[in-house]
Design a binder for this molecule. Structure first.
Ligand SMILES: C[S@@+](CC[C@H](N)C(=O)[O-])C[C@H]1O[C@@H](n2cnc3c(N)ncnc32)[C@H](O)[C@@H]1O
Length: 255
């Protein structure tokens, strides 16, 4: 059996209990060494066979999985954050399906969630935005034209931009072209939840300069939107006058 495991954003304690258990049981571990914190390997069995996929091709990863399963061994395939987000995960699952090899997925805490925690903000504020967009600028992997930042900008949703810190001036320009005001708040969180985590706060107008001054160009989350600063409406869920399935609202308690 193969267990795909989301290792979380960096802090070893942010892996799930289930993920940690699978890791501790595995005969073979294949981890994405470019971003997964190697500290989590301390939970592996001393006799576990460990591979760093950073230097492996898809074919090499699949060959290790196939051989291990053939020998009746359990495999933990460890991805950073959650495997469903920019994890090159689907191609592995499709190949395993073709080979008739069973797998499970243990989800993880994605870095965009750790980044919100780092700045102590909520993406979905009433009266501001009820939508979170996860996106990136094109790198070696292209982004479909219909998903350009300028076109996503028209929604004014809370934005989480992965894999793009080295292109931050372009990010700001595209968002401003798309209609965002220059004073829109931006937070860039480098290595959220790691000991060397760093946060840079600014606006679309000045963030690129600030982030380059802080010498951050990779492993960072760009968050954009008025959820970072400014007014919002309080929630109806906890409004004393609002009735819902679990609570009867009290009349006249609102000022
Ligand atoms: C290949 S993607 C993997 C994303 C991962 N699957 C997830 O759910 O977070 C790598 C990008 O995720 C973001 N990232 C990963 N870990 C991060 C962290 N601890 N803090 C901030 N951003 C992070 C950065 O934008 C980085 O360029």
């Amino acid at each position: 059996m193969i267990s795909f495991i989301g290792a979380g954003p960096g802090d070893p304690e942010l892996i799930t209990v289930k993920g940690q258990k699978r890791l501790a049981e595995a005969d073979v571990v294949i981890y994405a060494g470019s971003l997964v914190n190697p500290e989590i390997l301390s939970w592996c069995r001393p006799d576990a066979e460990i591979h760093n996929s950073a230097s492996m091709s898809l074919e090499e990863v699949l060959a290790v999985m196939k051989r291990a399963v053939g020998e009746g061994k359990g495999v933990a395939r460890v991805h950073t954050g959650d495997p469903s987000i920019y994890g090159a995960h689907r191609e592995q699952m499709d190949a395993l399906d073709e080979m008739g090899i069973a797998y499970e997925i243990v989800p993880g805490v994605s870095s965009f969630l750790a980044a919100a925690a780092a700045v102590k903000k909520e993406f979905t504020l009433p009266g501001v935005s009820q939508t979170v967009i996860i996106t990136r600028l094109a790198g070696r992997t292209p982004v479909p034209e219909k998903e350009s930042l300028a076109s996503l900008a028209q929604h004014r949703a809370s934005l989480c931009i992965f894999l793009s810190t080295h292109l931050l001036s372009e990010v700001s320009q595209e968002l401003i072209q798309g209609g965002y005001e220059e004073d829109t708040p931006v937070a860039v969180v480098y290595k959220a939840s790691w000991p060397d985590e760093k946060t840079v706060l600014g606006t679309l107008g000045d963030i690129a300069q600030k982030v380059s001054g802080a010498r951050i160009s990779r492993t960072a989350m760009i968050m954009v939107g008025r959820f970072l600063e400014g007014p919002y409406d309080r929630s109806l869920l906890y409004d004393p006058t609002f009735t819902h399935g679990y609570r009867q609202g009290k009349k006249g308690t609102e000022e």
